[in-house]
Design a protein around this ligand. Structure first.
Ligand SMILES: NC(=O)C1=CN([C@@H]2O[C@H](COP(=O)(O)OP(=O)(O)OC[C@H]3O[C@@H](n4cnc5c(N)ncnc54)[C@H](OP(=O)(O)O)[C@@H]3O)[C@@H](O)[C@H]2O)C=CC1
Ligand SMILES: O=CC(=O)O
Length: 319
């Protein structure tokens, strides 16, 4: 008998066909209040599930007694309780690597656009406010030659560091739980404590997974340690930062600016003070959002799922 798979995010047609060739598929383009009960009902007989952008609670999974594998179309696995997966002996697959370069591009776009005020000044032109030659009121700050501090020098952090080192002549400081000798050789990166990084970097970029150790890692104390000229970049997860403390640091000019792809609550509520601050560039969680990369992620997630259901080695297991 074919295994039953629940798809909870729209997949390209050819990938759906790949799944349907081996599985009975229940398809949801996305989960809303209107179809949530149908989604939970489908999980009751599911052997596999594939999707993204939806917190999958243990309660939901308790209602899926036959489940063997969940395949998320993301590298981050913070929508799942990993301990629960381990306890139940379930597999959790994810999509590292294929999104590294696109996400590093997005982070570099945040670095450049925040430092050079690209979004704010493009709006100034569109609003017809460019009436004469620009002056200091429109100046930004240099990116080339400035020090980049990476908290989280993993796949994506290293790809950002490569752009900074080879393309922009930026000295690199980094902090992980363990030093990374290869990054030090390849990028002349220097391993420092988190506090030293916060105090010395011109750009502080957080590229960590969200988990119990990293939740609210960056708060008022950490912003106070940064230079007043520092630009803070976060494209990992919003909950790694105390957002109220970030807003205060930006309003009080404790730091110069912030480039953000992720937020405590997404979509970012329209009343967020972040939207009122000219020194903030806010993006709608687009780190990996290119046609090519999203396709590669979906292909990898389908391969992970099918391997798990066939009992073959799964290319990328988080648990
Ligand atoms: N905005 C977006 O669209 C995207 C966001 N992301 C987010 O980015 C995250 C990182 O992805 P990726 O680079 O592939 O992951 P990696 O696992 O390759 O990198 C994570 C790095 O963080 C370090 N790290 C982990 N825990 C800690 C800690 N407590 N303190 C200090 N360093 C720590 C790890 O090093 P060590 O183990 O030595 O500590 C590792 O170098 C994802 O988990 C996801 O949440 C990813 C893609 C797109
Ligand atoms: O946020 C995106 C991811 O892949 O994780």
């Amino acid at each position: 008998m074919k295994p039953h798979v629940v798809v909870y995010k729209k997949l390209p047609e050819h990938l759906l066909q790949r799944l349907q060739a081996e599985c009975n598929v229940t398809l949801f383009d996305r989960i809303t209040q209107d179809n949530r009960a149908d989604f939970l009902a489908a999980l009751k007989t599911a052997h596999g599930m594939i999707g993204a952008s939806l917190p999958i609670t243990n309660d939901m999974l308790e209602g899926a007694p036959q489940l063997r594998i969940a395949s998320t179309i993301s590298v981050g696995v913070d929508n799942f309780d990993l301990d629960y997966f381990r306890r139940r002996g379930l597999m959790l697959a994810h999509t590292p690597g294929v999104l590294t370069e696109a996400t590093a591009d997005t982070i570099f776009a945040l670095i450049l656009s925040t430092a050079r005020r690209v979004v704010e000044l493009a709006e100034y032109v569109k609003a017809g406010r460019w009436k004469g030659s620009i002056g200091e009121a429109q100046f930004g700050v240099n990116v080339h030659g400035k020090t980049l501090g990476l908290i989280g020098m993993g796949r994506i952090g290293s790809a950002v560091a490569r752009r900074a080192h080879h393309g922009f002549g930026m000295p690199i400081l980094y902090h992980n739980r363990r030093p990374d000798p290869e990054a030090e050789r390849e990028l002349d990166a220097r391993y420092v404590s988190q506090d030293e990084l916060l105090a010395q970097a011109d750009f502080v970029c957080v590229m960590l997974p969200l988990n119990a150790d990293t939740e609210r890692l960056i708060g008022a104390r950490e912003f106070a340690l940064m230079k007043r000229s520092a630009i803070f970049i976060n494209a990992s997860r919003g909950r790694i930062v105390d957002e109220a403390a970030l807003i205060e640091a930006l309003q009080d000019k404790t730091i110069y600016g912030a480039g953000l792809d992720v937020f405590e609550v997404e979509p970012l509520p329209a009343e967020s003070p972040l939207l009122q601050l000219p020194n903030v560039v806010a993006l709608p969680h687009i780190g990996s959002a290119t046609h090519e990369t999203r396709l590669a992620m979906a292909e990898l997630a389908v391969s992970n799922l099918l391997a798990g259901l066939r009992g073959e080695p799964v290319p990328h297991l988080a648990v």
